[in-house]
Design a protein around this ligand. Structure first.
Ligand SMILES: [Ca+2]
Ligand SMILES: [Ca+2]
Length: 192
C-alpha cells in the first residue's frame, strides 16, 4: 500500500514536471517565425543589450509578475507623448501674444533672439507645421505636426517590434518576465 502510494506520488510529480516543462518549452522555430527581423538580429548580435533594454521596459512598465501588452502599449504611448510635447513646446514658445496660434511675425521675433544655428531650424519647423501655408500655425496644425513627429520617432514598425516581446511569454500567463527573456536570449546564444 505504501509502495503503491509512493508510486502514485512519484507519477504525479513526474506528470506535473513534464506538464511544466511542456508549458515552458521554448519552440525556437516558432519564435524565429514570430519575431521581427530586426529583433532577431539584435538577439543574435547584441544579446546583452537586448536583455538590458527588455529589462528596462519590463521593470519600468510592468511589475514583479512581468509586463503585459497594456504595459508595452503604455511605454509606446509615453514615448510618443514625450515627442509630441517637445514639438508643441518648440512652436508654443513663439506664441508671444498668447493667442494659442503662432504667426510668422512671431516666429521671426523669436528667430532674432536665437543663435544663428537655430534660426533656420525654427523657420523650417514653422513651415513644415503650416500645412495650409497661411503664415499661421493653428492649434490643429501644431497638434498635427507634433503627431507626425511622434509617429516618426516611434514608428508603427518600432511599436510592433516592442509588442513582439509578448512572444517571450513562455508560460502563457499573458506577462513577460525578465527570466523568460533571459531564457530566450540564452537559447539564441551560439554554442560555446
Ligand atoms: Ca500667437
Ligand atoms: Ca496654417
Amino acid at each position: 500500500m505504501r509502495f503503491f502510494s509512493s508510486i502514485l506520488i512519484w507519477m504525479g510529480l513526474a506528470l506535473s514536471l513534464s506538464a511544466q516543462s511542456a508549458e515552458q518549452k521554448l519552440d525556437m522555430s516558432r519564435m524565429i517565425e514570430m519575431l521581427p527581423e530586426r529583433m532577431l538580429k539584435q538577439l543574435e548580435q547584441k544579446p546583452e543589450k537586448f536583455l538590458e533594454e527588455s529589462a528596462i521596459l519590463i521593470l519600468g512598465f510592468g511589475d514583479e509578475a512581468g509586463i503585459d501588452l497594456a504595459g508595452i502599449n503604455a511605454s509606446i504611448n509615453l514615448d510618443r507623448a514625450w515627442v509630441r510635447a517637445r514639438e508643441m513646446r518648440r512652436l508654443m514658445v513663439a506664441d508671444l501674444d498668447n493667442d494659442q496660434v503662432v504667426k510668422v511675425s512671431e516666429i521671426k521675433q523669436l528667430m532674432a533672439a536665437e543663435r544663428a544655428g537655430k534660426r533656420g531650424l525654427l523657420l523650417l519647423g514653422f513651415q513644415a507645421a503650416d500645412v495650409n501655408k497661411d503664415a499661421v500655425v493653428s492649434q490643429a496644425e501644431m497638434q498635427n505636426h507634433a503627431q507626425i513627429k511622434a509617429m516618426a520617432a516611434v514608428s508603427v514598425e518600432e511599436a510592433e517590434r516592442k509588442r513582439a516581446l509578448m512572444a517571450f511569454d513562455l508560460n502563457g500567463d499573458g506577462r513577460v518576465q525578465i527570466d523568460e527573456v533571459a531564457q530566450v536570449v540564452e537559447a539564441f546564444a551560439p554554442e560555446s
